[in-house]
Design a protein around this ligand. Structure first.
Ligand SMILES: Cc1ncc(COP(=O)(O)O)c(C=O)c1O
Length: 381
Protein backbone atom coordinates (compact mmCIF):
# COMPACT_ATOMS: atom_id res chain seq x y z
CA UNK A 1 0.00 0.00 0.00
CA UNK A 2 1.29 3.45 -0.92
CA UNK A 3 -0.21 5.71 1.74
CA UNK A 4 -0.84 9.23 0.43
CA UNK A 5 -3.52 10.34 2.88
CA UNK A 6 -1.37 12.14 5.44
CA UNK A 7 -3.59 15.23 5.50
CA UNK A 8 -6.24 13.02 7.17
CA UNK A 9 -3.80 11.30 9.56
CA UNK A 10 -0.10 10.71 9.17
CA UNK A 11 1.05 7.12 8.76
CA UNK A 12 3.38 5.48 9.48
CA UNK A 13 4.44 7.11 12.72
CA UNK A 14 8.08 7.29 13.83
CA UNK A 15 9.13 4.03 15.57
CA UNK A 16 9.55 5.86 18.89
CA UNK A 17 5.82 6.68 18.90
CA UNK A 18 4.93 2.98 18.77
CA UNK A 19 7.45 2.03 21.46
CA UNK A 20 6.37 4.89 23.75
CA UNK A 21 2.69 3.93 23.41
CA UNK A 22 3.50 0.32 24.26
CA UNK A 23 5.73 1.06 27.25
CA UNK A 24 3.36 3.73 28.62
CA UNK A 25 0.35 1.40 28.40
CA UNK A 26 2.30 -1.45 29.96
CA UNK A 27 4.25 0.36 32.69
CA UNK A 28 2.88 3.76 33.66
CA UNK A 29 -0.71 4.09 32.56
CA UNK A 30 -2.04 5.57 35.82
CA UNK A 31 -4.41 8.54 35.87
CA UNK A 32 -2.34 11.74 35.58
CA UNK A 33 -3.11 14.70 37.83
CA UNK A 34 -5.31 12.70 40.18
CA UNK A 35 -3.59 10.31 42.60
CA UNK A 36 -0.19 11.06 44.17
CA UNK A 37 1.39 7.60 43.94
CA UNK A 38 4.54 6.88 41.98
CA UNK A 39 2.85 5.56 38.84
CA UNK A 40 0.49 8.55 38.69
CA UNK A 41 3.47 10.90 39.10
CA UNK A 42 5.26 9.26 36.15
CA UNK A 43 2.09 9.56 34.08
CA UNK A 44 1.67 13.23 35.05
CA UNK A 45 5.27 14.03 34.24
CA UNK A 46 4.97 12.51 30.74
CA UNK A 47 1.85 14.59 30.09
CA UNK A 48 3.72 17.69 31.26
CA UNK A 49 6.68 16.85 29.02
CA UNK A 50 4.35 16.79 26.01
CA UNK A 51 2.94 20.19 27.02
CA UNK A 52 6.51 21.47 27.22
CA UNK A 53 7.42 20.07 23.80
CA UNK A 54 4.33 21.74 22.28
CA UNK A 55 5.31 25.03 23.94
CA UNK A 56 8.75 24.80 22.38
CA UNK A 57 7.30 24.11 18.94
CA UNK A 58 4.73 26.92 19.01
CA UNK A 59 6.79 29.42 21.09
CA UNK A 60 4.29 29.29 23.96
CA UNK A 61 5.63 30.81 27.17
CA UNK A 62 3.60 28.81 29.70
CA UNK A 63 2.96 25.10 28.91
CA UNK A 64 -0.10 25.21 31.18
CA UNK A 65 -1.81 27.47 28.62
CA UNK A 66 -2.30 24.35 26.46
CA UNK A 67 -5.30 22.05 27.06
CA UNK A 68 -5.30 18.56 25.57
CA UNK A 69 -8.27 17.51 23.45
CA UNK A 70 -9.20 14.42 21.45
CA UNK A 71 -8.62 16.11 18.07
CA UNK A 72 -8.63 19.48 16.31
CA UNK A 73 -12.43 19.52 16.09
CA UNK A 74 -12.81 19.43 19.85
CA UNK A 75 -10.19 22.17 20.25
CA UNK A 76 -11.98 24.38 17.69
CA UNK A 77 -15.33 23.84 19.45
CA UNK A 78 -13.84 24.71 22.84
CA UNK A 79 -12.38 27.88 21.34
CA UNK A 80 -15.44 29.02 19.36
CA UNK A 81 -18.06 28.11 21.96
CA UNK A 82 -15.79 29.25 24.80
CA UNK A 83 -15.07 32.82 23.72
CA UNK A 84 -18.10 33.98 21.73
CA UNK A 85 -20.94 35.85 23.40
CA UNK A 86 -24.36 37.19 22.51
CA UNK A 87 -24.10 39.79 19.72
CA UNK A 88 -20.57 38.92 18.60
CA UNK A 89 -19.51 38.86 14.96
CA UNK A 90 -16.87 36.54 13.48
CA UNK A 91 -14.85 36.82 10.28
CA UNK A 92 -13.88 33.55 8.63
CA UNK A 93 -13.20 32.24 5.12
CA UNK A 94 -14.74 29.88 2.60
CA UNK A 95 -11.65 27.67 2.87
CA UNK A 96 -12.47 26.54 6.41
CA UNK A 97 -13.23 23.02 7.55
CA UNK A 98 -16.62 22.05 8.99
CA UNK A 99 -14.93 21.98 12.41
CA UNK A 100 -14.96 25.79 12.18
CA UNK A 101 -18.03 26.32 10.00
CA UNK A 102 -20.44 24.06 11.90
CA UNK A 103 -19.84 25.49 15.40
CA UNK A 104 -20.23 28.98 13.91
CA UNK A 105 -23.42 27.99 12.11
CA UNK A 106 -24.75 26.39 15.30
CA UNK A 107 -24.22 29.61 17.28
CA UNK A 108 -25.76 31.67 14.48
CA UNK A 109 -28.83 29.39 14.36
CA UNK A 110 -29.27 29.91 18.08
CA UNK A 111 -29.29 33.68 17.50
CA UNK A 112 -26.09 34.20 19.49
CA UNK A 113 -23.63 35.39 16.83
CA UNK A 114 -23.34 36.42 13.22
CA UNK A 115 -20.43 35.73 10.90
CA UNK A 116 -19.03 36.80 7.52
CA UNK A 117 -17.35 34.41 5.10
CA UNK A 118 -14.52 35.87 3.01
CA UNK A 119 -14.12 34.33 -0.46
CA UNK A 120 -10.79 33.32 -2.01
CA UNK A 121 -9.60 35.22 -5.07
CA UNK A 122 -8.31 32.31 -7.16
CA UNK A 123 -8.82 28.62 -7.91
CA UNK A 124 -6.14 27.57 -5.40
CA UNK A 125 -8.11 29.06 -2.51
CA UNK A 126 -5.79 32.00 -1.81
CA UNK A 127 -7.43 34.59 0.43
CA UNK A 128 -6.31 38.20 0.63
CA UNK A 129 -5.67 39.73 4.07
CA UNK A 130 -7.29 42.99 2.93
CA UNK A 131 -10.60 41.24 2.22
CA UNK A 132 -10.49 39.87 5.77
CA UNK A 133 -9.81 43.38 7.11
CA UNK A 134 -12.74 44.74 5.06
CA UNK A 135 -15.14 42.20 6.63
CA UNK A 136 -14.41 43.40 10.17
CA UNK A 137 -17.32 45.14 11.91
CA UNK A 138 -17.42 47.11 15.16
CA UNK A 139 -18.73 43.99 17.00
CA UNK A 140 -16.21 41.51 15.49
CA UNK A 141 -14.75 39.55 18.40
CA UNK A 142 -12.96 36.80 16.48
CA UNK A 143 -11.19 36.04 13.20
CA UNK A 144 -11.03 32.28 12.49
CA UNK A 145 -8.55 31.17 9.83
CA UNK A 146 -6.86 27.94 8.79
CA UNK A 147 -3.09 27.98 8.53
CA UNK A 148 -3.46 25.99 5.30
CA UNK A 149 -6.41 24.65 3.32
CA UNK A 150 -7.10 20.94 3.74
CA UNK A 151 -8.60 20.91 0.22
CA UNK A 152 -5.85 22.53 -1.86
CA UNK A 153 -2.94 22.79 0.60
CA UNK A 154 -2.73 26.54 -0.01
CA UNK A 155 -1.01 28.35 2.86
CA UNK A 156 -3.33 31.08 4.09
CA UNK A 157 -2.05 34.52 5.18
CA UNK A 158 -2.08 33.88 8.93
CA UNK A 159 0.92 36.16 9.60
CA UNK A 160 -0.68 39.19 7.95
CA UNK A 161 -4.07 38.43 9.49
CA UNK A 162 -2.42 38.18 12.92
CA UNK A 163 -1.17 41.73 12.39
CA UNK A 164 -4.68 42.90 11.44
CA UNK A 165 -6.10 41.25 14.56
CA UNK A 166 -3.40 42.92 16.68
CA UNK A 167 -4.15 46.38 15.27
CA UNK A 168 -7.92 45.97 15.61
CA UNK A 169 -7.68 44.21 19.01
CA UNK A 170 -9.67 41.21 17.82
CA UNK A 171 -9.15 37.61 18.97
CA UNK A 172 -7.37 35.47 16.39
CA UNK A 173 -8.13 31.73 16.16
CA UNK A 174 -5.84 29.65 13.95
CA UNK A 175 -6.93 26.18 12.85
CA UNK A 176 -3.50 24.57 12.56
CA UNK A 177 -4.78 21.16 11.44
CA UNK A 178 -2.74 21.24 8.23
CA UNK A 179 0.01 23.60 9.38
CA UNK A 180 1.17 22.11 12.69
CA UNK A 181 4.36 20.16 12.10
CA UNK A 182 4.93 21.79 8.69
CA UNK A 183 4.78 25.58 9.04
CA UNK A 184 6.52 27.86 11.52
CA UNK A 185 3.77 28.88 13.94
CA UNK A 186 4.86 31.36 16.59
CA UNK A 187 1.88 32.33 18.72
CA UNK A 188 3.52 35.46 20.09
CA UNK A 189 5.02 36.85 16.89
CA UNK A 190 1.84 36.05 14.94
CA UNK A 191 -0.51 37.38 17.62
CA UNK A 192 -2.41 34.08 17.81
CA UNK A 193 -4.91 34.14 20.69
CA UNK A 194 -6.20 30.60 20.17
CA UNK A 195 -4.29 27.83 18.39
CA UNK A 196 -6.19 24.60 17.71
CA UNK A 197 -4.16 21.63 16.52
CA UNK A 198 -4.52 17.87 16.02
CA UNK A 199 -1.85 15.58 17.45
CA UNK A 200 -2.39 12.86 14.87
CA UNK A 201 -1.38 14.67 11.68
CA UNK A 202 1.90 16.58 11.26
CA UNK A 203 2.82 16.27 14.94
CA UNK A 204 3.05 12.50 14.41
CA UNK A 205 1.09 11.46 17.49
CA UNK A 206 -1.64 8.83 17.62
CA UNK A 207 -5.31 9.45 16.86
CA UNK A 208 -7.29 10.72 19.85
CA UNK A 209 -4.86 13.59 20.48
CA UNK A 210 -5.01 17.32 19.88
CA UNK A 211 -4.95 20.53 21.82
CA UNK A 212 -5.89 24.16 22.23
CA UNK A 213 -3.56 26.97 23.25
CA UNK A 214 -5.29 29.90 24.92
CA UNK A 215 -3.26 33.10 25.21
CA UNK A 216 -3.11 34.73 28.66
CA UNK A 217 -5.91 37.23 29.14
CA UNK A 218 -8.37 35.62 26.68
CA UNK A 219 -11.75 35.45 28.41
CA UNK A 220 -13.00 31.92 28.10
CA UNK A 221 -15.84 29.73 29.37
CA UNK A 222 -15.57 25.96 29.69
CA UNK A 223 -17.82 23.88 27.45
CA UNK A 224 -17.58 20.69 29.51
CA UNK A 225 -17.83 20.61 33.30
CA UNK A 226 -16.57 17.87 35.60
CA UNK A 227 -13.66 16.34 37.43
CA UNK A 228 -10.25 17.93 36.99
CA UNK A 229 -8.35 16.58 40.01
CA UNK A 230 -8.21 20.14 41.38
CA UNK A 231 -10.39 21.94 43.96
CA UNK A 232 -12.68 18.93 44.38
CA UNK A 233 -14.87 20.60 47.02
CA UNK A 234 -15.69 23.64 44.92
CA UNK A 235 -18.91 23.26 42.94
CA UNK A 236 -17.83 25.73 40.28
CA UNK A 237 -15.65 24.30 37.53
CA UNK A 238 -12.06 25.71 37.63
CA UNK A 239 -11.52 28.89 35.62
CA UNK A 240 -7.76 28.37 35.18
CA UNK A 241 -5.86 26.60 32.41
CA UNK A 242 -5.53 23.80 31.61
CA UNK A 243 -8.11 22.42 34.09
CA UNK A 244 -10.82 24.74 32.73
CA UNK A 245 -10.75 22.89 29.38
CA UNK A 246 -9.66 19.43 30.56
CA UNK A 247 -12.71 17.98 32.31
CA UNK A 248 -12.27 14.24 32.79
CA UNK A 249 -9.29 11.94 32.37
CA UNK A 250 -7.05 12.94 29.50
CA UNK A 251 -5.76 10.48 26.90
CA UNK A 252 -2.44 9.99 28.68
CA UNK A 253 -1.12 7.11 26.52
CA UNK A 254 -1.93 9.12 23.40
CA UNK A 255 -0.34 12.24 24.89
CA UNK A 256 2.82 10.29 25.77
CA UNK A 257 2.87 9.02 22.15
CA UNK A 258 2.37 12.58 20.92
CA UNK A 259 5.35 13.60 23.06
CA UNK A 260 7.46 11.00 21.23
CA UNK A 261 6.15 12.30 17.88
CA UNK A 262 7.16 15.83 18.87
CA UNK A 263 10.64 14.72 19.94
CA UNK A 264 11.06 13.05 16.56
CA UNK A 265 9.68 16.10 14.73
CA UNK A 266 11.95 18.56 16.50
CA UNK A 267 14.91 16.26 15.94
CA UNK A 268 14.22 16.28 12.19
CA UNK A 269 13.27 19.99 12.13
CA UNK A 270 10.51 21.76 10.20
CA UNK A 271 12.96 22.86 7.49
CA UNK A 272 13.70 19.25 6.58
CA UNK A 273 10.01 18.34 6.73
CA UNK A 274 9.24 21.12 4.23
CA UNK A 275 12.21 20.21 2.01
CA UNK A 276 11.03 16.59 1.88
CA UNK A 277 7.48 17.65 0.97
CA UNK A 278 8.91 19.89 -1.77
CA UNK A 279 10.92 16.99 -3.23
CA UNK A 280 7.87 14.71 -3.13
CA UNK A 281 5.60 17.28 -4.79
CA UNK A 282 8.19 18.05 -7.47
CA UNK A 283 8.65 14.34 -8.21
CA UNK A 284 4.91 14.01 -8.74
CA UNK A 285 4.55 17.08 -10.96
CA UNK A 286 7.65 16.22 -13.02
CA UNK A 287 6.39 12.70 -13.69
CA UNK A 288 2.82 13.68 -14.50
CA UNK A 289 3.87 16.50 -16.86
CA UNK A 290 1.26 18.74 -18.45
CA UNK A 291 -1.64 16.37 -19.15
CA UNK A 292 -4.54 18.39 -20.51
CA UNK A 293 -7.07 15.82 -19.27
CA UNK A 294 -6.17 16.48 -15.60
CA UNK A 295 -7.21 19.65 -13.78
CA UNK A 296 -5.12 20.68 -10.76
CA UNK A 297 -6.32 22.79 -7.83
CA UNK A 298 -3.08 23.03 -5.84
CA UNK A 299 -0.14 25.42 -6.13
CA UNK A 300 2.91 23.71 -7.67
CA UNK A 301 5.19 26.12 -5.79
CA UNK A 302 5.93 24.29 -2.52
CA UNK A 303 6.52 27.57 -0.66
CA UNK A 304 2.79 28.31 -1.10
CA UNK A 305 1.52 24.81 -0.36
CA UNK A 306 1.59 22.83 2.92
CA UNK A 307 1.87 19.55 0.98
CA UNK A 308 -1.37 18.68 -0.81
CA UNK A 309 -1.98 17.91 -4.49
CA UNK A 310 -5.66 18.04 -5.41
CA UNK A 311 -6.92 17.21 -8.86
CA UNK A 312 -9.82 15.97 -10.92
CA UNK A 313 -10.12 14.24 -14.25
CA UNK A 314 -13.09 15.96 -15.96
CA UNK A 315 -15.84 13.47 -16.75
CA UNK A 316 -15.01 11.30 -13.75
CA UNK A 317 -16.17 11.44 -10.15
CA UNK A 318 -13.39 11.80 -7.57
CA UNK A 319 -14.63 8.73 -5.67
CA UNK A 320 -14.32 6.65 -8.87
CA UNK A 321 -10.69 7.77 -9.27
CA UNK A 322 -10.00 7.10 -5.58
CA UNK A 323 -11.45 3.59 -5.93
CA UNK A 324 -9.34 2.76 -8.97
CA UNK A 325 -6.22 4.06 -7.21
CA UNK A 326 -7.03 1.88 -4.21
CA UNK A 327 -8.17 -1.31 -5.98
CA UNK A 328 -5.93 -1.39 -9.03
CA UNK A 329 -2.79 0.45 -7.88
CA UNK A 330 -2.78 0.03 -4.07
CA UNK A 331 -2.63 3.80 -3.53
CA UNK A 332 -4.53 5.39 -0.61
CA UNK A 333 -5.81 8.93 -1.21
CA UNK A 334 -8.84 10.90 -0.02
CA UNK A 335 -11.46 11.67 -2.58
CA UNK A 336 -14.67 13.63 -2.05
CA UNK A 337 -15.38 16.86 -0.24
CA UNK A 338 -12.93 16.85 2.69
CA UNK A 339 -15.50 18.29 5.16
CA UNK A 340 -15.06 21.68 3.47
CA UNK A 341 -18.30 22.40 1.55
CA UNK A 342 -17.71 26.11 0.95
CA UNK A 343 -14.22 25.48 -0.43
CA UNK A 344 -15.65 23.02 -2.97
CA UNK A 345 -18.49 25.40 -3.80
CA UNK A 346 -15.98 28.18 -4.42
CA UNK A 347 -13.68 25.99 -6.51
CA UNK A 348 -16.68 24.69 -8.50
CA UNK A 349 -15.99 21.07 -7.53
CA UNK A 350 -19.15 20.36 -5.52
CA UNK A 351 -20.44 17.87 -8.09
CA UNK A 352 -17.34 15.68 -8.50
CA UNK A 353 -15.24 16.44 -5.44
CA UNK A 354 -11.46 16.29 -5.69
CA UNK A 355 -8.82 13.60 -5.39
CA UNK A 356 -6.48 14.71 -2.61
CA UNK A 357 -2.95 13.34 -2.59
CA UNK A 358 -1.11 14.18 0.62
CA UNK A 359 2.40 12.80 1.01
CA UNK A 360 4.18 12.54 4.34
CA UNK A 361 7.79 12.51 5.47
CA UNK A 362 8.10 8.74 5.05
CA UNK A 363 6.98 8.65 1.42
CA UNK A 364 9.54 8.36 -1.35
CA UNK A 365 9.98 10.12 -4.69
CA UNK A 366 9.44 6.74 -6.38
CA UNK A 367 6.04 6.41 -4.72
CA UNK A 368 5.07 9.87 -5.96
CA UNK A 369 6.17 8.98 -9.49
CA UNK A 370 4.16 5.77 -9.29
CA UNK A 371 1.06 7.73 -8.20
CA UNK A 372 1.60 10.22 -11.05
CA UNK A 373 1.84 7.40 -13.61
CA UNK A 374 -1.31 5.76 -12.18
CA UNK A 375 -3.30 9.00 -12.48
CA UNK A 376 -1.99 9.62 -15.99
CA UNK A 377 -3.11 6.12 -16.99
CA UNK A 378 -6.57 6.65 -15.46
CA UNK A 379 -6.80 9.95 -17.36
CA UNK A 380 -5.79 8.12 -20.53
CA UNK A 381 -2.81 10.46 -20.96
C1 LIG B 1 -8.24 22.22 8.25
C2 LIG B 1 -8.79 21.18 9.19
N1 LIG B 1 -9.43 21.57 10.30
C3 LIG B 1 -9.92 20.69 11.17
C4 LIG B 1 -9.78 19.34 10.98
C5 LIG B 1 -10.35 18.39 11.98
O1 LIG B 1 -9.29 17.66 12.58
P1 LIG B 1 -9.62 16.42 13.51
O2 LIG B 1 -9.94 15.29 12.61
O3 LIG B 1 -8.34 16.20 14.28
O4 LIG B 1 -10.73 16.78 14.38
C6 LIG B 1 -9.15 18.87 9.83
C7 LIG B 1 -9.04 17.43 9.55
O5 LIG B 1 -8.72 16.98 8.50
C8 LIG B 1 -8.62 19.81 8.92
O6 LIG B 1 -7.96 19.43 7.82
Amino acid sequence: MVYLDNAATTWPKPEMVYSTLYSFMKNSCANPGRSAHKMARISSSLVLKTREALSELFYIQNPLDIAFTANATQALNLAIQGVLRQGDHVVTTAMEHNSVLRPLYHLKQKGIIDYSVVMPYDSYGNVSPSSIAEAIRPNTRLIALSSASNVTGTILPYEEVGEIARTKEILFLVDAAQGAGVLDLDVKAMNISLLAFPGHKGLMGPQGTGGLYVAPGVEMRPVLYGGTGSRSFVTIHPDFMPDMLEAGTVNSPGIAGLGAGLRWLMGVGLDRIRKKKKILMESFFKEIGRVSSIRFYSERDASKNAGIISLIIPGMDSSEIGNILDQKYGIAVRSGFHCAPLAHETLGTMKTGLVRISPGYFNTAQEMEYAARAIREIAGG
